[in-house]
Design a protein around this ligand. Sequence first.
Ligand SMILES: *[C@@H]1O[C@H](CO)[C@@H](O)[C@H](O)[C@H]1NC(C)=O
Ligand SMILES: *[C@@H]1O[C@H](CO)[C@@H](O)[C@H](O)[C@H]1NC(C)=O
Length: 384
Amino acid sequence: MSIPTVGPRRRKHIAGLLVLSVSILLLLRNLCWTPPASFSTEVPGQSQEDCPLTVILAAVQRDNLTVLAQQSGIRLGDDLVIYVADDPNAPIPMNKGDEAMVYLSYLIDNYDALPELMVFMHAGRTSWHNNAILHFKSEPMVRRLRRSFVRDQGFVNLLCDESFRCANLFKATDQGYPSYILTRERHGKGSLESQYDKFQEIWDAIFPSQPIPLSLGCPDGAQFALTRQTARGVPLDRLKALRQWIIDTQLKSFQAGGVFERTWHMIFQGTSNSVACYIPHECFCSLYGICFGTISSSPDTLLNEATSSGNEIYEMSRKLGRMRYLGDQSPSSVIDSELAGISKNEIGPGKAGLLEYMAMLEANITRQTLDLDALVGKASIQTM
Ligand SMILES: *[C@@H]1O[C@H](CO)[C@@H](O)[C@H](O)[C@H]1NC(C)=O
Ligand SMILES: *[C@@H]1O[C@H](CO)[C@@H](O)[C@H](O)[C@H]1NC(C)=O
């Protein structure tokens, strides 16, 4: 592994790829993950949480790299690698397959010097791929990530959200599975039978000579944490073959990417682990140190409420943003009717009552955000 220079914010900017390190602490890095000496019965403690990680972001040119770096959630000793997939100079063979192309290219190009701990994410900093109780933000996911848990698991999806509880659990029929559960879109206009054949064809390409499991499923989002050891359990040639499949397939770009969204867990953990279905409150506790079980005897119910609140806050914020925008436009009946719709007729013609309504919304957002953050804070087993 090349020795990075020690110093304040090392920044390397190649077209299409941004590498940002926050003061590399070499000593820390080398000590990291060292197993306890055999004579010791001590469980690796807090120091394991300090192990550096590398966040690999799949971005596009319209993303603001400054904002991505600011809101990455990385801390001292961590690295951030941003691929700008639609930059012609990005170090990927082709902009196809969405984030899957970026993730595979990173793993292939760095195979012999992978970081101990990697987090693969989309550039969108606030997105439905993220968790409602953390305001759908990427930053707290990275910041809170319990690195020792990832090390023990080898691979873990970053989405714990209650709304996604086993949402995509599929059971094979006699014919197997229809292809759209991998590609998100019915393949062609063919018969149902051709859907099943297509699934088989894709499966054989991704998992050659492996039987199709009876059930499969995982959280959506294609965002996960991965250890070097688990990554290197997949031979380099196999990673290259997977990437080549993306390049060669007749599927559309997003369909090819979608196939990986539903299969990453099996690529890294084997097809015998075809169902990655987490219990949300346990997932939050293990992965982010938010343990509702420490403050409630029904952690599930509490998480449910917190999730609803997170969703409401998001919805109210969206409404408020739209109202601000409409408020700045010249008055028209179209705007009047949209405002009436959003506010359930609380806002009348000519924007009457708009300001009051916006003030109420804003107050509600603030109050509910404080309540939710306080609850999450109370359930947190580590200070953040
Ligand atoms: C990126 O965001 C920063 C911070 O909000 C802003 O100052 C800057 O102008 C933005 N850059 C571009 C290219 O939009
Ligand atoms: C704001 O909160 C108040 C008090 O809980 C509630 O009556 C009102 O309906 C809320 N308004 C909106 C737009 O959410």
